[in-house]
Design a protein around this ligand. Structure first.
Ligand code: GRF
Length: 207
């Protein structure tokens, strides 16, 4: 049984998709050991509690420096024996110490087709505003391994979503969540937990 830690900051719809896909057997051989948020009032923590999951708050603001925050997070991951870390709408700049400790064992969901509309400052609605401002006719979501750069590590899965006439950032965000994020994040977790994802020359492959 693979234990995962899910890190959240907001509404937790991606967390909910993982919870639901574990419950219906789509994600096999996996359990959510802990849900961690940097925001104590994140609704995602409410979702975790409703699902009977350990819900923990750990914010960089609670620690004297980034090293202290990194040590605290690594301590939680180890306490819950997490072997895979999932960033599901996690709006924290992650200290390099965590990324080194969990190299190629941290994944993130980003609401665009990386390398488009990503990097520092591209999160939440800002991503979809950028897609609309560019006049893109297609967007989507990406699940990737986390490395030292924002939204940059080896891509595991992507799924395209149509941009429709009259879309607002909010309408487009919802469509990308429903048609892409909530599907490929659970799928990526299942693939990793089945041992079917490997990285060769910086490229992630699925066997
Ligand atoms: C999602 O759009 C996700 O792609 C992005 O932040 C948002 C989080 O939504 N990283 P939720 O908290 O999972 O509902």
């Amino acid at each position: 049984m693979q234990k995962i830690a899910v890190c959240v900051s907001g509404g937790g719809t991606n967390l909910q998709a993982i919870i639901d896909k574990i419950a219906d057997g789509t994600i096999k051989n996996t359990e959510i050991a802990v849900v961690i948020s940097n925001k104590k009032d994140a609704f995602a923590l409410e979702r975790a509690r409703s699902a009977g999951l350990p819900a923990v708050c750990a914010s960089p603001k609670d620690y004297p420096d980034r090293e202290g925050f990194a040590d605290a997070m690594i301590g939680i991951f180890k306490e819950y024996d997490a072997s895979l870390i999932v960033f599901a709408g996690y709006l924290v700049v992650v200290p390099g110490k965590i990324i080194k400790e969990y190299k190629n064992r941290i994944i993130n969901i980003h609401p665009s087709l990386i390398p488009a509309h990503c990097g520092m400052g591209y999160y939440g609605l800002k991503v979809h505003e950028s897609v609309l401002a560019a006049g893109n006719k297609v967007t989507g979501a990406t699940v990737h391994f986390v490395d030292e750069e924002a939204d940059h590590g080896p891509i595991i899965l992507q799924k395209a979503v149509e941009v429709c006439e009259g879309d607002t950032p909010e309408i487009l965000q919802r469509r990308v969540m429903e048609q892409a994020e909530w599907k490929i994040l659970p799928e990526a977790i299942n693939l990793i937990c089945e041992g079917r994802v490997y990285i060769e020359n910086g490229i992630a492959h699925i066997k």
